[in-house]
Design a protein around this ligand. Structure first.
Ligand code: SF4
Length: 695
């Protein structure tokens, strides 16, 4: 008879690209296996609740298809033919090729490329230490926050806001542009608490009737890219009906009189024509937020993924400045807490070695970079090698036709360090097996809350998987790159970073499990002034000078509206392309993660396109029939799925599926542009004009 397996619950943090960064309790069985994962009850933002896909993480962690050994390509590029090699052989090959390329084309011909497959500071950002030490091409990180953050910063000046736990003390919670029921589930936890305990109303705003809208008291389905118009009409009503806070406006905002004058024309009738909402829906929403000073605007990323996304985000953040909601507990606007952690990441990222003269290539324009677009290469030579950790650009990057062409280049040496044989790993010359979060040490921060936490190594990694940190340090050693950070363990780096960021030691964090970094009420609500010299919230943003530290000016910056408005720069429909397509997140996937698990796959079914039955009939499309969606960037094949909760002319493809799930192997991001919108680039994932035809 087998000996009983010991079972213990260990603390950790969800590493995935989700603002909730949930505090976890992981069942550990015998040192090699995890069981079920629970939300920590001790950490009062997570409050015991996590999403279903992470609760069943054992399915992913112990998946039979995990990469376990280093691989070297043995067939044509993308053929999926590999042979097993040792770590020594794999790393020696990488070093040989990198050194050759550096000698022949210069160090900038090598591009370390990463993203948020893990949000752990050590294993996500450590790749930058290697690139700084070797002067490899830099990485302009643009794909996620570049449209959202500048919009919020334009008004407040700082990326922080009222304590997200205050949602539970609100009289009205506005969940704007995020499907919190699917991901960042804790928003619902706190909003529903407010409803139960205080009778608060929940308003949800999105471009289709998501599961979050189903739970709302007021559900507003707007046309994509029209949130600025909605916000303006709401503020028009607030001024019209004397629901503004004049004292607050004069004390705490920049141009209240001019702004009120600007809003005179922005009537609910005007916004109704733009947004697709009825006048009475707009009036109801305005009255609700005007009469409930404790209104908490939880502003998500979704509605910023438009060419006018920054303007829309700013416009929404202006509403509590008109009502004065910022002054009250449970009131104000929140997007992310990025500014509260004051990290010193110089050892993790090797910032002391950063050479600003080295070019930095735009993550979102990887297709253009790899196909030799001179503007995207920023005047430099071609990229001859790419080293990828924590991301899957062959699925998630826009302009997939170019991305595919780039990865197919015979003269491009591709190294992918991954957990599964993703679409990107399939294009690798060398593929290295990576650990999961339960198998290495790392440090995490909440974007949607205010805790930082530790995710320690809980179990041994299977096969020969190695952490990103270990691989970076080993490669650095073999490439002759010098930095103190390469000689430290992940735990030593965590300890140093905590201490130099004034968060105590690693031992302290292990004892406390997590640290509540919430700033004071005054700071978080900007009651002593917003983060500008004069302390006043900006209705009139100075867009080029928004304090978005990593941003580089992009798009029609000079044409951005003076005050919040409907900025009509979207990919509007034409006769040839009569639909607006959004590529919204699927509930059981997180970007391209979880697409490998059977449960997530079976719950999602297959790639589908949500379309209104009347729109579908007009094009002779039946429910469940195969269709082609196309625009000037390419075409994608999927199945029509009738769905009433949309405005006419709007279609939704909940994504991201592996390319092999589509009839002709082309994923949804084939249809998405990489044209770098104002003010600082990013990707307008939900702003695509398309046509469709039946098959
Ligand atoms: S809600 Fe987000 S942070 Fe929480 S467990 Fe799920 S994916 Fe992770």
């Amino acid at each position: 008879m087998n000996a009983p397996v010991s079972l213990a619950r260990k603390n950790s943090v969800c590493p995935h690209d989700c603002p909730s960064a949930c505090a976890l309790e992981v069942e550990v069985l015998g040192g090699k296996t995890i069981g079920r994962i629970y939300g920590s009850k001790e950490q009062n933002y997570t409050a015991g609740i996590i999403c279903a896909k992470v609760a069943r993480y054992a399915e992913r962690n112990h998946h039979p298809n995990r990469l376990l050994y280093p691989l070297k390509r043995s067939g044509p590029k993308g053929s999926g033919q590999f042979q097993r090699v040792s770590w020594d052989e794999a790393l020696a090959e990488i070093v040989l090729r990198f050194n050759q390329i550096e000698r022949d084309y210069g160090a900038e011909a090598i591009w370390p490329y990463y993203y948020a497959g893990t949000m752990g500071l050590v294993n996500r950002d450590g790749i930058n230490r290697l690139r700084h030490a070797k002067k490899y091409s830099g990485f302009y990180s643009s794909i996620c926050i570049n449209l959202a953050w500048p919009g919020y910063l334009a008004g407040t000046g700082k990326m922080m806001g009222p304590d997200p736990r205050e949602m539970a003390k609100s009289d009205c919670v506005v969940i704007w542009g995020t499907n919190a029921v699917a991901t960042q589930v804790n928003v619902m936890t706190h909003a529903i608490k407010a409803r139960k305990e205080r009778g608060a109303k929940i308003v949800a705003i999105d471009i289709y009737r998501t599961a979050t809208l189903e739970q709302a008291d007021l559900a507003l389905v707007v046309k994509p890219g029209t949130d600025g118009a909605l916000a303006c009409a709401v503020m028009h009503v607030l001024f019209r009906d004397e629901l503004q806070d004049r004292e607050y406006l004069f004390k705490s905002t920049d141009y209240p009189i001019e702004f009120e004058r600007h809003l005179k024309e922005k009537t609910p009738e005007w916004a109704s024509r733009i947004t697709g909402l009825s006048v009475s829906e707009i009036e109801t929403f305005a009255k609700l937020v005007g009469e409930n000073k404790r209104t908490y605007f939880r502003l998500g990323y979704g509605f910023s993924r438009q060419r006018n996304g920054s303007v829309n985000m700013h416009a929404a953040s202006c509403i509590p400045a008109v009502t004065g909601a910022w002054q009250y507990e449970g009131g104000g606007a929140f997007h992310n807490n990025g500014a509260i952690y004051h990290w010193r990441k110089s050892l993790i990222e090797g910032l002391d070695l950063l050479d600003p003269s080295v070019r930095s290539l735009d993550q979102s324009q990887i297709g253009r970079v790899l196909t030799g677009d001179t503007t995207s290469l920023r005047g430099g030579g071609p990229v001859k090698a790419i080293f990828i950790q924590n991301t899957n650009p062959m699925s998630v990057a826009p302009e997939q036709t170019l991305v595919r062409t780039g990865f197919e280049r015979d003269d491009l040496f591709v190294v992918v360090h991954e957990q599964f044989m993703t679409d990107t790993a399939k294009m690798g010359d060398i593929v290295l097996p990576a650990t999961m979060f339960t198998e290495h040490d790392d440090l995490y921060q909440g974007g949607g809350h205010q805790y930082l936490g530790l995710g320690p190594k809980l179990i041994d990694a299977p096969g020969e998987c190695r952490s990103n940190h270990d691989v970076i340090c080993d490669l650095a050693d073999r490439l002759g790159a010098k930095h103190k950070g390469f000689e430290m363990s992940a735990r030593e780096l965590i300890d140093w970073t905590l201490q130099h960021s004034k968060w105590g030691t690693l031992q302290d964090l292990e004892t406390k499990k997590f640290i509540d970094a919430q700033p004071s009420f005054e700071e978080a609500h900007f009651t002593k002034g917003f983060a500008w010299k004069d302390g006043k919230f900006r209705f009139k943003p100075d867009w080029p000078n928004v304090p978005f530290s990593s941003g580089r000016p992009s798009g029609p910056l000079a044409e951005m509206p003076e005050f919040p408005d409907h900025w009509d720069v979207s990919e509007n429909t034409t006769e040839e392309y009569p639909f607006r397509l959004a590529t919204s997140p699927a509930r059981n996937y997180l970007n391209s993660t979880f697409t490998e698990t059977t449960t997530s796959q079976s719950r999602e079914g297959e790639p589908t396109l949500l379309i209104r039955p009347d729109d579908a009939k007009h094009y002779g499309v039946a429910d469940g029939s195969a269709i082609v969606v196309f625009n000037h960037r390419g075409e994608v094949r999927l199945k029509a799925k009738f769905f009433e909760g949309l405005n006419r002319g709007v279609i939704i493809a909940e994504s991201i599926w592996p390319n092999s799930a589509y009839a002709d192997g082309k994923g949804i991001n084939t249809l998405v542009g990489a044209d770098s919108p104002a003010p600082f680039g990013g990707v307008a994932f939900h702003d695509n004009r398309v046509g469709l035809r039946g098959l």
